[in-house]
Design a protein around this ligand. Sequence first.
Ligand SMILES: *Cc1c(COP(=O)(O)O)cnc(C)c1O
Length: 404
Amino acid sequence: MSTVNQKHRTGDLARFGGAKTFEFVRGTPNLVRPDIEQFLTYSREFFEARRYTNGGPLVRKLEARLARLHGVKYCVAFSNAFWAIVTTIKSLALDGRTELVMPSLTYRRLADIVSWTGLTPHFCEINSKTLAMDPEFAIKAINEQTALLLAPHPIVNNCDVAGMEALSKETGIPLVFDSVESAMESYRGRMIGGFGRAECFSMHSSKLLNGFEGGYVTTDDAELAEQLSYVRGFGFANEDKVVALGLNAKLNEVHAAMAHAAIDDLPDQIERNRGRYHLYRSLLENIPEIRLLEFDENEQRCFKTIVVELLDTWPLSRRETIDLLHAEGALVRPYYSPPQHLKKMAYSTICEDLRETERLAERFLLLPCGEHVSEEDIREVVGLLVFMKAHAAEIRTEFKGGAL
Ligand SMILES: *Cc1c(COP(=O)(O)O)cnc(C)c1O
């Protein structure tokens, strides 16, 4: 099945008429598949109890389990991270203020999520080392209208958690982390989940824990946890008593069953991810023009996503590189690109100087990763990159010659 070895000339690339490397696409969503028997065993529990949703036994156990894993007192499960984030921001934002500080180079729909809170996203510049929000730049976006700081972790490693916490303390502005990309990782030896006022996570099938869809909030704040649990379920405190303006964003039992099975598999998943990451790392050593973003293995890491930087010495543009790989069936993705402030929005936003964001947004690429990507596939992907480098001059001529 090794097709890279069958490419000899530029014309053998699928983009220029050759055979595709991958018949079925290899992408970047995680799509882990926990043991189906495990999933069915959990599912029987709620099915036999006829408790399908509204805080059934599996959701309750899941919340306790996640709180334990994150080392926090409370976990509140949601139908997805979207409503987990909206509800958390609504509960913590300072009254009467109108803006929320966040980076532009992050999850591409995060500003949309924020817009549902009624606050205006105020984009700050990012740190070029961590690719994330940090206090030095966040402070420039803070003013008398700032209601909340929303700090998303980058895909590889973490943002400056301690720095952001200090900034929050200094300014009195509440800090919430979007920790979707740092789930089950640690910061200075302590599990992510207990920092800031609250942290939000996703269990969408593309993320670390596959609950089909799902999300949750972790916090040590009892009052916040109680408020969140009311709001996610129509505002009900009990059978008949409504204590808050609610919405319906509950996690149901079948999703919780899947999430339990995914947690059972997590240690094995991390080992499989580590294997793929180490293979990429050793193969990419042969291509000095491409820099792999390395995980800090002094901390707990999950190795889910492979991010590389195309250095200035890489002979093709990122657009050309993506085109060639997509044609081969390798669905590589530009890293959070274009950044959110360059997109058309249905709401208004405020921008600081984002030159560094715009420069960085052009340099990074996610390579195929996740459960459906085998060692052989990784060899193929890196083999393609080696081939592209060797034939770069000819490839550029082909692109210029109207082959586009
Ligand atoms: C996927 C993602 C979300 C949204 O999660 P859903 O559960 O799909 O709503 C939010 N933030 C980040 C960083 C994400 O990657």
